[in-house]
Design a protein around this ligand. Structure first.
Ligand SMILES: [Zn+2]
Ligand SMILES: [Zn+2]
Length: 362
């Protein structure tokens, strides 16, 4: 494979967490895997940018029951261009120079039972970006030609980055919510990173949206994005009653719960109408789902876990965004700012998404 177009350095800058719970350090001497070292099927990306997600913070803190690899290079919503492809790679769907994305599911084998059924995210041989393999908080990243997501024209890399994780996740949850046009969907956390995308995908799909979040800034954002109703959880005393009122007494058809608190989940069983679907999407580290079994049965409620998305979900979510139907609101920073982004994120002070650029000097 030709790589004349690109000069590939021996070392690069990356944001590294030596030990979970430790600080993020900018390291400038991280080796770059050279083109002749790539295995068949592997590709090398020169990164443009990466989103920062709550998952990255959980990984850095070691919050989850499964530990990440250390030293950890986090990040799982990155966009870059292919600068090399491993030799003897057969039938590559992408070529050198293509703009592609790396998502949380860095690799799935495409051959196991889960992959064959389209559940690539549950592949028995899965590799998770920024968790079990190096992630996108770096300048050069090794990925796999069959697993990168081609980025369509019409969307900036910075915008595409957030679609690759938050966008794909909420898009798939909505797609599998068994709702139809004009149905009511409740979106707790609607003003957040996942939520603000969920509002737009839901509206694009013709659903009616009840946005729940707190504060004027998030209210303005949700209504601007087309939410049909707004509930401020910091002021509303009875969210279930309010949702019933908005939906003519019957309750909502579905809820896509992206929040990290357990109350957001258990409450949904109360405010969903009979036959309602609770799509569980957030990944709180320890919270338990305490739904009323009686009412889950009596109301024929379905509680469904929806975990990120497969390659096709990613392609669809990006196409909708590239067609201008979904806008990502993000703040652009540089990779070296990761530590302070984590601080703000830990305090819940980030509205929308943060994207870090690798195009400037870090
Ligand atoms: Zn993410
Ligand atoms: Zn598989």
């Amino acid at each position: 494979m030709s790589t004349q177009k690109y000069t590939i350095p021996e070392v690069q800058t990356a944001a590294v967490v030596q030990k979970t719970g430790g600080k993020v350090q900018m390291k400038h001497d991280i080796p770059v895997k050279q083109p002749d070292q790539l295995a068949p099927g592997e590709c090398l990306l020169k990164m443009h940018c990466t989103g920062v997600c709550h998952t990255d913070l959980h990984a850095a803190l070691g919050d989850w029951p499964v530990s990440p690899v250390t030293p950890l290079i986090g990040g799982h919503e990155g966009v870059g261009e292919i600068v090399a492809i491993g030799k003897d790679t057969a039938d590559s769907p992408v070529k050198i120079g293509d703009r592609v994305g790396v998502k949380w599911i860095a690799y799935s084998c495409l051959n196991c039972e889960q992959c064959r059924k389209g559940l690539e995210q549950n592949c028995y041989n899965v590799k998770l970006s920024g968790y079990t393999v190096d992630g996108t908080f770096c300048q050069y990243l090794v990925s796999w030609v069959n697993c990168v997501t081609p980025i369509p024209d019409g969307i900036e890399s910075e915008e595409a980055a957030s679609v690759l994780c938050a966008g794909v996740t909420v898009y798939r949850a909505l797609k599998y919510s068994q709702t139809t046009t004009h149905d009511w969907i409740v979106l707790p956390g609607a003003g957040g990173g996942l939520g603000h995308l969920a509002v737009q995908y839901a509206k694009y799909m013709g659903r009616r949206v009840i946005a729940i979040d707190g504060g004027q800034e998030k209210k303005d954002l949700c209504l601007k994005l087309g939410a049909d109703a707004w509930i401020d959880f910091t002021q509303c005393k009875d969210i279930t009653a309010e949702i019933k009122r908005i939906t003519g007494g019957k309750g909502a058809h579905a809820a896509v719960v992206t929040t990290a608190s357990s109350s957001g989940y258990s409450q949904a069983v109360d405010y969903l109408r009979d036959g309602g679907k609770l799509m569980a999407v957030g990944l709180p580290a320890k919270a338990k789902l305490e739904a009323s079994i009686f009412f889950t049965v009596f109301k024929s409620i379905s509680i469904l876990g929806s975990y990120v998305g497969n390659r096709q979900d990613a392609i669809e979510a990006l196409e909708i965004a590239a067609a201008g139907k979904v806008k990502v609101f993000y703040k652009l920073d540089s990779l070296s700012q990761l530590e302070s982004v984590y601080d703000l994120m830990g305090q819940g002070k980030i509205a929308g998404r943060v994207v870090l650029s690798m195009r400037d000097k870090n």
